[in-house]
Structure formats: structure tokens, C-alpha cells
Design a protein around this ligand. Structure first.
Ligand code: ATP
Length: 945
């Protein structure tokens, strides 16, 4: 094995491209039956896991250091240095401490946010289908080893560099590797001439690319970092952490506020030094104090962490967000364009009815075909097929057998061993598109051994399903004859038929017969069932290259299957939630109009009978203006193609909407890319869709999108909450300086720089994080979506924080400050109070404690801007209470730990003083509760008018 590894290290992809598939297989000691399980395990230990290892360009140390060397940090280092030079060592030390605590905290927050995002990535496993010991097995892609035979299907992401062995219309999207957006057709033949680039080899399939269409088999050559993708990744890997719009806004706000703080600081310096004639050193303390108090250094990392925590909460609710910025756009979403199958419905298809044409049905009203019903649940193959009374004749039985054989053979669902990550107990199950799985199951119910059937009647070629033709065909040799089996959407199939099989006989497909089949289709469709039609023809082709769509004509129609795919139980509620949240839900499905309409009305997507059902062909004839008009009504889009989906999304965006779009197939990628938020299905979506999407639903459930929107809104609200909280305490921090400066130092300074720092970097920190972790408020989905252009830091927020809550807090702090003087021998005196000594220390301790204690009320009131704090689920966020506890503990430490008392300049308080603080501090909470009450009463008056 080691020799194979050494040889591969010296070998180039080109060599394998020049060799025949047989030779390559030989070289890798592999066969068409794949490797043996043991052999694969052994190779895994030699070659290692098939992973692209991320190389962190910035070491942890460098990132750590960066937190201490940005502009603000440098200013603070210099400021501290100046304080030392000015013989104010305590201040210098404190400023440097600020910088250190701040840097550490920012680093910790960034680190946690990054870990959270990394954890999300790991939650999206990639699988590969391989042949091992002659059986098809699904394994985790990281377990692929050289010599494995991989099976390729449409939408698969390729996880290793492979040499193609077999292919059927295989086209590969190599855009990730070469930038070429046009899918490349691949072939199996050995190439004769050398090719200049390793990335242009026509018989090599590269890791990191995707199967655009068709199927194939290939042998793995290189894995992990040895693949071309791995080599490029090694060269270009960079930690490109683009900031989201919100993060950018926060960065700007931080800069703006810092600028204001510096200007205000300088202004105060001017006042203090020139007007109040305060000494230069003291004026300098002012300036520095103002700047330190107002600069929200910790805001950006707190925002990043809040976003990351939001993504974690979403992950717990089955929504994986790939980029932090998506969390923001989610909160703004006002239209969701969703497909039907699997998202709104369970995608647990069960064939309930089979319909066969019967003799005389076109002329007799009572005779309308042969209906066969089925029993049994889900994917269980136990069940029966029952003919309608009196219809079970040998001829109809034979027609049924024909239909089921087509359904099973023209089918890519496969009986596969699934190996779990612990590699124990591989289980056998039918995997694939749920529609096709349901067809294999109904065939088994009719006692057809599908595995045997597939072995006996081998497939020579396939014309894959595509959502434009809405059908697929397979080409088989049965004894000496060749047949094309086709299945697909009924109308599309009927249009390709010229004959119809009734019992054992074949008749021309007349207009009347056509109409009866369509009526049967409409009958089942209007019950919300998904209908497929089956047809065949005998045809001889001389080479597999000739197996193409051109053969899908002149077919003989056999019958229909109708499968139920019930709406998910939680979807109706989720749709209702969307409607109250001002979010419109539009179904864009490939399914038939009547089926789509029936499901749409079952889940409350449409409420009136007059809702428009616009089919793909209707849409083709409409201008964009007409489409915009139609979008003004209740509408369902049926039989749509991926391009039409793209067009609808584009028009909706032109109308000013923020659109979330779901998709599952390869063709959905353009619409997903166009969407403001693209959503892919984690369980049944193709790898390509998952890669293109911003949000992956690990339960494929529409209701999860709505939950994610709710979380997106909550994250935004939370950021507003803690920003308001942090800004509030800036006012009481500034007011003492104003009093001091304007009274020409006759009113002593109620809070000095040290006190301010202990609030900003001590007591305020953890509660702010707690607000970042708030769960969505109850009424959050009863408001209209936010506009993308809305800023988080608005004038309203500033006024609320600085002028309303901040001024209340300042009043309480100054009252507490004076209380200490008045009860300690200076009754009624406002100015010329002592600015040192025990009374002064008590007074500043009172002011500090008052700010901290009102901040406790503030953290509670911030939990909801509109509802009373007592009406929300009070204990649903333990972080708030951890935050409050931390506030109290830090405050007590500042007031009572002797070392801190000396350093910060505080003292313990008496019982009376505590009593005063306890009585006065809740005022902020009470005043804001009154405001909320009045606001809500006014609101409800308007509502009842
Ligand atoms: P949605 O777009 O909501 O997921 P859908 O799955 O019905 O709905 P498509 O996958 O585009 O949309 O399928 C369109 C039609 O093609 C289906 O209504 C069905 O009649 C037919 N069809 C679907 N899957 C297959 C298949 N595997 N083979 C043949 N025909 C199929």
C-alpha cells in the first residue's frame, strides 16, 4: 500500500487520463466491484481522511495581538503613557487595564463566534456513493480512498479526483475550479494527445466540482490535499472574513461615536482649563475620562458574538446559516418563494391509486378506467394492491404489471447499504428521490422483486429527468428487443404518445381517449395527489450516443399512478405566522396546477377560490408588467421551470421585496444565487443547492424558515437592546463632569475616570451579553419586516439611551451623590462640598452604586421595548440573571474589597444608604414600565377604533 502511495506522489493526473479505464483500475488494484471493505479501511489509514485541511493564515497569536494594536487601542496605550508622565500612575494603570481587559474580551468573543461558525460547518455532512464488495454503499465523503469506485448522479458534489469509467450524458460544472460556467461534457476514452492544463482533462472528474446532469461511475485517484482542488486551496486559502453590513455599520458607529467622544473631550478640556481654570493635569483627566467613557470599544465584538449566538440558536431549530450576514437579511425577508414537494409537504410519498385505461371508457359515462388502490404505510413494503370491484381480469393484471415494471426500471432509487459513521450495522434501504422510492415500494407490494428485475433487465442508457421536459426515460434490452421506458408528468407524457395500451391490446390514442386520461389526472390532482404517467416504445438504436430526447416520441401510454404527499402538519401554522408577520408566501412548483392549488388551499396559502394559478406556459406569455399585476393577487405558480423561478424572484425584487427562495435541484442554483436569502434542503436537496444556499434546513421543513426569520429578527432586536443598554450609562458618566466643569469645580466630581471604567468594563459587560442572548419576543412575528436600509443606530435609539434613560439614570446618581452629603453633615448644600475625605468617598460610592443598580432595572426593561418586563417569559434567558448577578458581585467587590477600595477610591455603605439606593434605583424600570403601559393603551385604543 505504501508503494501505491509513493507512486501516486510521483504521478500526475495526465498519466491516468492517457490510460484506458481497465488499466487504471488495475493500477489501483480495484475492479468494477470496488474495493473490499477491509482493503478500504487499510487504505484509509495509509492515505488519511479525504479532507481539505484549512490552513489558518493568521496564527492565533497574531489575531490575539491584533486586538491590542488597532487604532483605538494605540490611542489608549498613548493616553495611559501620558498619564504616567503626568505623574498620575493610577490613571495610567487604569487606562492600560481598560485596554487589556477590552482586548481580552474582544478576542474571547471573536474566538467564540468563530468556533460557533466552525461547528455549524461540521453539521453539514457530505456523502459519497461507492461500490464496495460489489454492493452500493453510502459513506461519508471523508472516508473515500484511492481505488474506490464512486457512483455519480445529478447534483452530486464530487469529493475526490477520479478517472471516469462509465458515463451517461454526464456533464460536470467545473466553475469552482476553472471559473468556466458552462458545464463540461465528460467521456471515458483514454486521451491520445497531451493536454496543457491538468484541469482540462476530459475523462477526469475533479474534487470540488458538481454533476450538472447525467450519471456515471469513476475510480478515485487522489484524495484530500492531493487533489487539484486541495492544491489550489493550499495556495489560495485565506481567512476571508468579510464583515456583514451590520458589522460594518457597527464599525462605523464605533468610529463616529469615538470621534464625537474625542471632540466632546476636547471641548471639556477647553472649558475646564480656560473657563473653569482647573489645572492642566486635572483637565487632562477630564478629556481622557470623556473619551474612555464614550468610546464603545466592545460593541463590534459583542455584535459579532450576538450574530454567532443567533446562528447557534437557529441551528438548534434546524436552520444552518452559512454566513453571519444572512442572519440580518433573514430579519428583513418579506416574501418567501417556496417549492412544494418536500418543503410544504412531507415528501413521504406513498402511491395510493393506480389508474389504467379500460375498454369503452371514451364512449361510456359510467366506465372511467380501472382503479387500483393500495394499502400500507410509508416506506414499508408490506401492503396490498386491490382492483376496483369486478375489474381484476388477466388483461388488466398484465397491464398493471407492465406499468409497475416501467415504474421500477425507469427509476434511479437504489437499494443501498448505508454505513453509519460508527461503521456498525450497515442497514439496507431504498435511497433516492422520494417519488421514485415510492414507485419501487409499490412494485414490491405487487410482489415484484425489484432487485431481481433490475438484474434481469439491465439498463443500457438513460435520458435523465429534467424539470423542463418533466419526464425521464431509460433504454433496456429485453431478450432480443430494445425498449424505451418513460415516466413523467401526465400531460407531457400524453403529448409524446400516439398509442394507448388497454389491457393487453394497443390502440391509437384518440382525442377522446386523451381527454379521458386527462380527466382522470385532474380528478386525482384536485385531491392534492402527485400524478405520474408511464409509457414505452420498442426502438432499436445502434449506439448509446443515440439515446436522447429525440426518442421520446410515438410512445404507448400505459397508465397513471397517484401518490399522496400530505402537507406537513406544522406548515399551516407557519404560513399563518408569516401572514401576521407581514411575510408573503408564494408557491412556485414544478407540479401540476390542480395539485398545487389543492395543497396551497389546504395549508392556507390561498384563501379564495379565485386565486390565480399561473402555469409555466401562461407565464411565458406574460410581460413583466402583467406578472407584477398578477403578483398583486393570491397566486400559485405551477409547472414552472427553474428559469421562470428566477424570473419571478427578479420581478419580486424589482418590486422592492426582500425575497427568500427555496430550491433543491441543480437548476435552482441561479434562482438561489439571485435570492436575498437562499434556502436549500439538507435532507433531500442536492449538494449543489446546499452549496449555493445561505441557509440549509436540516429537516427540509418550511416551518423552519419561519423560525429562522423569527431568530433573525430577534438577533437584530437584541443588538438594539444591548446597544441601548451600553449607551445609557454614558450619560450619568458624563453629567458629573458637566456639573464639575460648569460649577468651576465647586460641585465635586461625582464619578471619576476609575469609576467610569469599572462600570464600562466591569459591571456593564456580562448583562450586555445576556441581552445578546435574548430569545425572540412574543410579538416579534406580529410586526412588519424591517427594511434592509434601516439602520440599527437611529436617532430614536440615541435619544432613548442618552436623553431619556440616561438622564433618569443621571438624576438618580446625582441624588444618591447628594444624599450621602446631606445625611453626613451637609444638609441642603449643593456646592462647595468636600472633594476628598470619607464623606466624598461615600458620596462617589453612592453615585457609582446608583448607576450600577439602575442598570439592573435597565437590563430588565431592555428585554422588551414594547411589552412590560413582567409580561414576557421572565426566566427564559438565564444569561440575564447571570449578568445581574455579575453586576451585583462586581459592585460589592468594588465597594468592599480593600484593595479595590483603595485603587478605585470607594468605600462601604451604611444600611441607610443601601435602603435609599434600593428605594430609588427601581425608578428607571418603573418609569419605563409606565411609558410602555401608556403606549400600549394608546395602541389598543387605536386598534379598537
Ligand atoms: P417542487 O418544484 O415543488 O419541488 P415537483 O417536485 O413536482 O415540485 P419537479 O421536480 O420539477 O417539481 O417535477 C415536475 C413534475 O415532473 C412532477 O409533477 C412529476 O409529474 C414529474 N416528475 C417528478 N419527478 C420525476 C421523476 N423522477 N421521474 C419522472 N417524472 C418526474
Amino acid at each position: 500500500m505504501l508503494t501505491l502511495k509513493q507512486e501516486l506522489q510521483q504521478t500526475n493526473l495526465q498519466l491516468f487520463a492517457h490510460q484506458t479505464p481497465e488499466l487504471v483500475l488495475q493500477r489501483f488494484d480495484s475492479t468494477e466491484n470496488g474495493l473490499a471493505h477491509n482493503e478500504a479501511q487499510e487504505r484509509l489509514s495509509v492515505f488519511g481522511e479525504n479532507e481539505i485541511r484549512e490552513q489558518k493564515q493568521e496564527s492565533l497569536l497574531l489575531r490575539f495581538v491584533k486586538n491590542f494594536t488597532h487604532l483605538m487601542a494605540i490611542l489608549l496605550w498613548i493616553g495611559g503613557g501620558i498619564a504616567f508622565l503626568a505623574k498620575l500612575p493610577q490613571l495610567g494603570f487604569a487606562i492600560w487595564m481598560v485596554n487589556i481587559i477590552n482586548g481580552l474580551f474582544s478576542f474571547w468573543q471573536e474566538f467564540r463566534a468563530e468556533k460557533a461558525t466552525e461547528a455549524l460547518k461540521k453539521m453539514l455532512p457530505v456523502y459519497a456513493h461507492v461500490i464496495r464488495d460489489g454492493e452500493e454503499v453510502r459513506i461519508a465523503a471523508r472516508e473515500l480512498v484511492p481505488g474506490d469506485i464512486v457512483i455519480l448522479s445529478e447534483g452530486d458534489r464530487i469529493s475526490a479526483d477520479c478517472r471516469l469509467l462509465k458515463q451517461n450524458n454526464l456533464r460536470i460544472d467545473q466553475a469552482t475550479l476553472t471559473g468556466e460556467s458552462h458545464p463540461m461534457a465528460k467521456e471515458t476514452n483514454a486521451i491520445a494527445e497531451p493536454v496543457s492544463s491538468n484541469l482540462d482533462l476530459p475523462n477526469i472528474i475533479y474534487a470540488g466540482t458538481c454533476v450538472f446532469s447525467g450519471t456515471g461511475e469513476a475510480v478515485v485517484l487522489f484524495t484530500g490535499m492531493e487533489t487539484e482542488f486541495g492544491k489550489i486551496a493550499r495556495m489560495t486559502q485565506s481567512v476571508s472574513s468579510d464583515l456583514s453590513p451590520l458589522q460594518k455599520e457597527m464599525q462605523q458607529v464605533t468610529k463616529m461615536v469615538s470621534l464625537v467622544a474625542v471632540l466632546v473631550g476636547l471641548l471639556f478640556f477647553f472649558f475646564a482649563f480656560f473657563l473653569a481654570h482647573i489645572t492642566l493635569a486635572e483637565s487632562f483627566i477630564f478629556t481622557l475620562g470623556m473619551i474612555v467613557a464614550f468610546v464603545p470599544e466592545g460593541l463590534l465584538p459583542t455584535v459579532t458574538l450576538a450574530l454567532a449566538m443567533g446562528t447557534q440558536r437557529m441551528a438548534r431549530r434546524h436552520a444552518l446559516v452559512k454566513k453571519l450576514s444572512s442572519v440580518e437579511s433573514l430579519g428583513c425577508t418579506n416574501v418567501i418563494c417556496t417549492d412544494k414537494t418536500g418543503t410544504l409537504t412531507e415528501n413521504k410519498m406513498v402511491v395510493r391509486n393506480i389508474w389504467l385505461p379500460s375498454l369503452g371508457m371514451e364512449s361510456s359515462k359510467s366506465e372511467n378506467g380501472v382503479e387500483i388502490t393500495t394499502t400500507g404505510q410509508g416506506t414499508d413494503t408490506n401492503g396490498k394492491l386491490n382492483f376496483a370491484m369486478g375489474k381484476e381480469t388477466p388483461a388488466y393484471r398484465s397491464a398493471l404489471k407492465k406499468l409497475l415494471e416501467i415504474a421500477s426500471l425507469c427509476n434511479n432509487a437504489r437499494n443501498v447499504f448505508v454505513v453509519d459513521s460508527d461503521r456498525a450495522n450497515p442497514t439496507r434501504s431504498i435511497l433516492g428521490d422520494p417519488t421514485e422510492v415510492a414507485l419501487q415500494i409499490v412494485a414490491e407490494k405487487a410482489s415484484i422483486d425489484t432487485q431481481k428485475l433490475h438484474k434481469e433487465i439491465s439498463r443500457v442508457g438513460e435520458i435523465p429527468f429534467d424539470s423542463y421536459r418533466k419526464c425521464m426515460s431509460t433504454y433496456h434490452r429485453i431478450e432480443n428487443e430494445s425498449y424505451l421506458f418513460t415516466k413523467g408528468a401526465p400531460k407531457e407524457i400524453l403529448d409524446r404518445c400516439s398509442r394507448i395500451r388497454i389491457g393487453n391490446e394497443v390502440f391509437p390514442l384518440t382525442q377522446a381517449l386523451y381527454a379521458v386520461v386527462l380527466a382522470a389526472n385532474d380528478y386525482y390532482s384536485s385531491q392534492g395527489q402527485r400524478i405520474l404517467a408511464y409509457a414505452y416504445r420498442a426502438v432499436e438504436v445502434s449506439s448509446t450516443q443515440m439515446i436522447n430526447e429525440g426518442l421520446e416520441v410515438d410512445l404507448t401510454f400505459v397508465g397513471l399512478t397517484a401518490m399522496i404527499d400530505p402537507p406537513r402538519p406544522e406548515v399551516a401554522q407557519a404560513v399563518k405566522k408569516c401572514h401576521t408577520a407581514g411575510i408573503r408566501v408564494i408557491m412556485i412548483t414544478g407540479d401540476y396546477g390542480l395539485t398545487a392549488k389543492s395543497i396551497a388551499s389546504q395549508i392556507g396559502l390561498i384563501s379564495s377560490e379565485d386565486a390565480l394559478v399561473i402555469t409555466g406556459s401562461d407565464l411565458e406569455k406574460m410581460t413583466n408588467e402583467e406578472l407584477k399585476n398578477a403578483l398583486g393577487h393570491e397566486v400559485v405558480f405551477a409547472r414552472s421551470t427553474p428559469e421562470q423561478k428566477l424570473r419571478i424572484v427578479t420581478v419580486l425584487q424589482e418590486m422592492g421585496n426582500i425575497v427568500a427562495v427555496t430550491g433543491d435541484g441543480v437548476n435552482d442554483a441561479p434562482a438561489l444565487k439571485k435570492a436575498n436569502i437562499s434556502v436549500a434542503m439538507g435532507l433531500n436537496g442536492s449538494d449543489v443547492a446546499k452549496e449555493a444556499a445561505d441557509l440549509v434546513l436540516t429537516d427540509d421543513n418550511f416551518a423552519t424558515i419561519v423560525n429562522a426569520i423569527e431568530e433573525g429578527r430577534a438577533v437584530y432586536e437584541n443588538i438594539k437592546k444591548f446597544t441601548t443598554y451600553i449607551f445609557t450609562s454614558n450619560t450619568p458618566e458624563a453629567v458629573p463632569f458637566i456639573f464639575y466643569a460648569f460649577s468651576a469645580a465647586r460641585i465635586p466630581l461625582a464619578l471619576n475616570v476609575m469609576h467610569i471604567l469599572s462600570i464600562d468594563l466591569g459591571t456593564d459587560m456580562v448583562p450586555a451579553l445576556g441581552l445578546g442572548a435574548e430569545l425572540p419576543e412574543q410579538g416579534i412575528m406580529q410586526r412588519a419586516p424591517r427594511k434592509l436600509s434601516d439602520h440599527i443606530i437611529t436617532k430614536k435609539l440615541m435619544v432613548r439611551a442618552y436623553l431619556y434613560l440616561g438622564l433618569i439614570q443621571s438624576a438618580i446618581a446625582m441624588l444618591a451623590f447628594y444624599f450621602a452629603y446631606w445625611t453626613n453633615g451637609f444638609w441642603g448644600q449643593f456646592i462647595d462640598l468636600p472633594d476628598s475625605g470619607p464623606v466624598y468617598q461615600t458620596a462617589v460610592s453612592m453615585a457609582l452604586a446608583a448607576v450600577v443598580m439602575t442598570q439592573i432595572g435597565n437590563v430588565l426593561t431592555q428585554r422588551s421595548e414594547r411589552s412590560s418586563v413582567f409580561s414576557i417569559r421572565f426566566f427564559n434567558n438565564p444569561f440575564i440573571f447571570i449578568g445581574i448577578l455579575s453586576e451585583i458581585v462586581i459592585l460589592l467587590a468594588i465597594l468592599y474589597v480593600p484593595a479595590l477600595q483603595g485603587f478605585i477610591g470607594t468605600t462601604g455603605l451604611s444600611g441607610n444608604e443601601w435602603l435609599f439606593l434600593i428605594c430609588i434605583s427601581p425608578s428607571l424600570l418603573i418609569i419605563d414600565e409606565i411609558r410602555k403601559f401608556l403606549r400600549n393603551r394608546r395602541g389598543s385604543k387605536y386598534l379598537s377604533k
